[in-house]
Design a protein around this ligand. Sequence first.
Ligand SMILES: Nc1ncnc2c1ncn2[C@@H]1O[C@H](COP(=O)(O)OP(=O)(O)OP(=O)(O)O)[C@@H](O)[C@H]1O
Ligand SMILES: O=C(CO)[C@H](O)[C@H](O)COP(=O)(O)O
Length: 407
Amino acid sequence: MAVCTVYTTQSLHSTSSISTPSKTHLGFNQKKQILFYNSGKRVANRGITTVPWVIRCSGDTVVIGLAADSGCGKSTFMRRLTSVFGGAAEPPKGGNPDSNTLISDTTTVICLDDYHSLDRTGRKEKGVTALDPRANDFDLMYEQVKALKEGKAVDKPIYNHVTGLLDPPELTKPPKILVIEGLHPMFDQRVRDLLDFSIYLDISNEVKFAWKIQRDMAERGHSLESIKASIEARKPDFEAYIDPQKQYADAVIEVLPTRLIPGDNEGKILRVKLIMKEGVKYFSPVYLFDEGSTISWIPCGRKLTCSYPGIKFTYGPETYFGHEVSVLEMDGQFDRLDELIYVESHLSNLSSKFYGEVTQQMLKHSEFPGSNNGTGLFQTIVGLKIRDLYEQITASKAAAPLEATKA
Ligand SMILES: Nc1ncnc2c1ncn2[C@@H]1O[C@H](COP(=O)(O)OP(=O)(O)OP(=O)(O)O)[C@@H](O)[C@H]1O
Ligand SMILES: O=C(CO)[C@H](O)[C@H](O)COP(=O)(O)O
């Protein structure tokens, strides 16, 4: 049910006895008594009113932002996230086969490439990349994400990656959870302010290169030179417009080459950091052994099989762009995924619903890239945290109308 916040009208504001705008919550078309307050004290009772009083409706839609460069694992993360909610995500039925949208029972994932204002030819003519803000319509992005958050359907444009053209729009309905993924979910402050939670996938250049080669060379037949050239061409705009968004993220998954093999730059064994901001509403960071302490842990031995170069976890408080954060790091990879339960049992605040849920999720998607290392583990954990955040937000919204009528 969408919930609407009702404010007093201008004429009531001008009444000297009422100094603060009053608020209450209504369902659409629901009649309810509206109470007015003066510094928390009930001062008037205006009887029954209806929707015309409503000036702002916010649906139950929780909005999550996922930022990353292209080819950095957003789709894989989305598949893990939607799986935590129990359903598979699919393109809109009967719509444009080249739609970028994915819909599951609870979640709709929209790709912000759909807000490219310049198509492929337009960008070429103007000499700008897709990462450049001038190639994107942030006004429309803001209006549509805001509308969806408020429970209203929108006609969202489609950027067609096959043709490089802007296709006719598709009707997008407000879901329970809206994920906006792409290059710029935290770039525009208005859009950023709509996010209930934000994530940045920070893939180091060395690893990005290794992944690109794996996908674009092995799977798409591109040459090594063209992959190198495309990464180099994107770099200045990536550094100017995409990378700075990580400072705003509530959680960052940073992927680096291992430190367990000196000089390694193959990008096969990874060191992955989960950077979690402290003090974010409805989000309490995961910790290892003891919250707030600095821990270094090598779990290899009788309970966890590790081949060379082994596995090392670290955990502790740090500062990230001036924010207090907790950082959990995993370097190395698992030999046997079923043994992950041993690691899981030493992690706290996971927001799992039962013992072993993280291990179960990882085993369920063992074929996804990153399932044997920190990328898969931390994406799964962030998925559980998002479910928990969603449940807390909806519970608090459901409690709000009751609180308002009790007063
Ligand atoms: N955790 C991982 N470990 C190893 N390789 C990975 C990982 N995540 C992604 N990759 C590699 O990167 C490729 C791109 O992943 P994915 O499709 O999830 O990224 P994306 O950000 O959605 O890409 P795009 O925006 O280009 O569609 C995968 O095909 C895989 O080769
Ligand atoms: O950075 C990207 C986000 O996915 C794409 O390169 C951008 O959307 C442009 O698309 P295309 O490569 O199809 O012209």
